[in-house]
Design a protein around this ligand. Sequence first.
Ligand code: TK8
Length: 338
Amino acid sequence: MTIFRRTFIASALASALLAAPFAALAQDIKPRLIRFGYGLVENSNQGRAVKFFADHVEKASGGKMRVRAIGAAALGPDTQMQQALIGGAQEMMVGSTATLVGITKEMALWDTPFLFNNAREADAVLDGPVGQKVMDRLQAGGLVGLVYWENGFRNLTNSKRAVQKLEDLDGIKLRVMQNNVYLESFKTLGANAVPMPFSELFGALETKTVDGQENPYNTILSSKFFEVQKYLSITNHVYSPWIVTVSKKWWDQLSKDEQNVLMDAARASRDFERKDTREEAGRALAELRAKGMQINELPASESARMRSKLSAVNAGIAANVGQELWNETQAALAALRK
Ligand code: TK8
């Protein structure tokens, strides 16, 4: 027998011995199922980005990790999904940072009116050390934050009248996210602010339980708010991020490789989502006009009044998130504006 043959037999024997238990094992290893919940409809910037993430994960893991994307708040509104993640009953979600303040008070930083002047500033701060610091605080609450996506600059819609000046908001019943900064901000502006989960919003607008709401153009379009709202007033009063989160309970059970697959896919989805969202926002306004919405831009003088009135909430936010974090954010912005 040649050396070659002997080695061949030995290795064939070894594989035969190994193959039996391995085959049994392979059958036991079902793909890891990731239930990924979100609030908007499938045909939205949020839905498209979740789909992108899902495809990326399946490809990168060779099918060993599967993402089941569940949109339209079918797993419940943001706050309910957050609790499911913390308890380990759901693996992932994407939602507004604003609804996370009950878990991580520092998230209120992103609710600061007029914090960012443009998307470049938002990307730099959210993806930089300040954004990371705020995201890391989620871990103490049982969540792992992966990346920020763009929800976008928010604008006002309502069924009563065009908002041309601050006084036009008087008495308008305006749905806001379940978040104190939003509540205070719109009370300060004279509206009758009503906190409500996003999943109830369309119905509330339709039945006139509320007169208006505020969200980026993309959402006004994808959620068909144009069907129940006549006026759109361009205010850009705050930049709103979304954040992709994972159940920490579940994350801690993953291998380093599996965690890396999710992190890489999250980063790729962030780039995809921001590009897609910005492209859509660019044409959404024209589409909303074509759908019959009456659109007005707030005159510069009123915009300035709005800004100065809203600055009254800043001290409260700084105290709440911590003066040090507030100062760090302002310093980062000052550096970007130099
Ligand atoms: C979608 C929400 C939405 C947010 C809101 O689940 O609640 O108004 O802007 O994007 O997170």
